[in-house]
Design a protein around this ligand. Sequence first.
Ligand SMILES: [Zn+2]
Ligand SMILES: [Zn+2]
Length: 86
Amino acid sequence: MVKCVKCGARLRAEDRFCDICGARQKKEKKCECGFLLEEFFAFCPMCGKSLAKEESRNHKTAKRRKESDNGEKFSAVLESLLGRKK
Ligand SMILES: [Zn+2]
Ligand SMILES: [Zn+2]
């Protein structure tokens, strides 16, 4: 839950303007690289760092799947290396 920067009314996180007073909700956010980010950015256009917190669970699952794929590939490579040695 976020509050209006002007009147303190409760707003949804995605609201860019206050429903009560109409104030624009400007949330300044800087990336680690120093680039000033817009709130709707999913990733930093400067360094490519992912900014999507809401999707972190999905992202983690996807990453984990990718890691296991890499693990399978690695073990396959290892097996072929071991097989070559023999
Ligand atoms: Zn307001
Ligand atoms: Zn950045």
